[in-house]
Each structure stands twice: as C-alpha cells, then as structure tokens.
Design a protein around this ligand. Structure first.
Ligand code: 13P
Length: 258
C-alpha cells in the first residue's frame, strides 16, 4: 500500500512572514486526525525553508525544496546542495519540473544527477515528467514521457526505488485550469509504472506516482481514485491554506471510502 503524498509547490511565491502565517493556518486545518492519513509536504522557495521548518516543528507536515545542485559542494555560484537541504530539515525535493526544463534548459541527464545527489543525502526526489500540448496532439505522449523518465531516473539499485517519487505533470495542464481527465492521467501513470518495473522489478510498486496540473478540491477525489495515482503536486491551489486543506480532506475521503 503506497501512502498518499500531497505536495504544495509554492513556486516563486511567499516571503517568510507569509510562510509563517500559512503554516499556522494549515496546522489548524489539520487538527482533525483523519486529515493526517496522507503525507503532506510544502515546498516553498529556498528563502522560506528555514522559517517554514521552524513553523512546522511538531506538525505532520514535511518540508520540501524545489530544486538542488547535483554537486555536494564547491565553486557553484548560486547553487544549493542536497546536504544543505538535509541540514535545513528537507525530506523531499522536486527535480526536473517543466518550468526548470523549459526556462533553464535543464536536461534529463542533469535531472538524473540531481535525483542521485538527493538520494545520497537521504532526501526523496520528486522527479517530474510531462508532455506539451503539441506532443500530445501528435500522439507522442507515451514516447516523450517514457524517454524523459528513462534518462531522468537516478542510477540506483532497486532497493532504493521506494524513496523515489515520480510526478506526471502534462505541461498543457499546468496553471491553465485544464486538468487531465482521471483516465488520461491513469493511462500515463500505468505506462510510467510499467517502465519502472522494467528498471526496478518488484520494487517499482513502492514508487509513488503523483499527478500535477490544475489540481483542486473539485478534481482531487477522481484523480486519486485511479489505481496508479498516489498523490498530487499542486501549484496555484496550494497557495491558500484553506484550499490546500480542502484538497487534503477530499483526497483522504476518496481513498478510504468503501
Ligand atoms: P498548478 O497546480 O498551478 O497547475 O501547477 C502545477 C505544478 O506545476 C505543480 O508543480
């Protein structure tokens, strides 16, 4: 049984004061023990990590980062390493988000190195893949995401695979209000799982697969009811604690209903 994983990707939003206010509000919203069934992570900008770590002490909410250097230390101006993130209390880190691939020319080979660096430092990578609208329209979705996954996976032995999270984020669904249907998402997730089985064997069943792209309180239940959708990576709708709390509550209800 894979534990549901809901991650708030704040992207480049919120200063430290806003992060503190948000953390307090979300902690209040999660006092109902039912809401603690899944694993909840907030990934703020680097600048709010320490503040959020302090604000989340004693809560079930974990900390994540949005990017990392493949190097452990050295002359790499502007970079932040995996051991530094571990030192801040991060448990997760997003790598290969389409905004980094698209805006910063990040390659799948670099993503693989970053994911490997995270695992070495004891963090769990959330490795993102996803196709553009044009690629989907051309019938190339399966080919594109399989190729991205193949090259982006860290070079690890199968027993380490359980620490890996893969997020399917179709680029056409990010920030657009257009969500992949649960069936469209499941189709790609099944394909990702199949590919993971060829690489990691039975350990592939432990890899959690998240969907991302215009997830909100109204569509989380249907998405999470799919067999290979184990969680969600949430952008805009995670920016207010009330909405994120609602997403958490709705995902839980669906997963445990008979
Ligand atoms: P939205 O939820 O705003 O579509 O963003 C998705 C995303 O990119 C999460 O990483």
């Amino acid at each position: 049984m894979r534990r549901p994983l809901l991650v708030a990707n704040w992207k480049m939003h919120k200063d430290r004061g806003e992060a503190r206010v948000y953390a307090d509000a979300l902690r209040d919203a999660l006092t109902d023990p039912e809401l603690g069934a899944g694993e909840i992570v907030i990934a703020p900008p680097f600048t709010a990590l320490e503040t959020l770590a302090a604000a989340l002490v004693g809560s079930p909410i974990a900390l994540g980062a949005q990017d990392v250097s493949p190097e452990a230390e050295g002359a790499h101006t502007g970079e932040v390493s995996a051991p530094m993130l571990a030192d801040l209390g991060c448990k997760y880190c997003i790598v290969g988000h389409s905004e980094r691939r698209g805006q910063h020319g990040e390659t799948s080979a670099q993503v693989s190195a970053k994911a490997g660096a995270l695992l070495k430092a004891g963090l769990r990578p959330i490795l993102c893949v996803g196709e553009t609208q044009a690629q989907r329209a051309a019938g190339k979705t399966a080919e594109i995401v399989a190729e991205q996954l193949q090259v982006s996976l860290p070079r690890i032995d199968p027993p380490a695979a359980g620490n890996l999270v893969v997020a399917y984020e179709p680029i056409w669904a990010i920030g657009t209000g257009v969500t992949a249907t649960p069936e469209q998402a499941q189709e790609v997730h099944a394909l990702l799982r199949k590919h993971l089985r060829t690489v990691f064997g039975a350990e592939a069943e432990k890899v959690r697969l998240q969907y991302g792209g215009s997830v909100g309180p109204g569509n989380i239940q249907a998405l999470m009811s799919q067999p290979d959708i184990d969680g969600a990576l949430i952008g805009n709708a995670s920016l207010t604690p009330e909405t994120f709390g609602q997403i958490i509550a709705n995902s839980y209800l669906e997963n445990t209903s008979p």
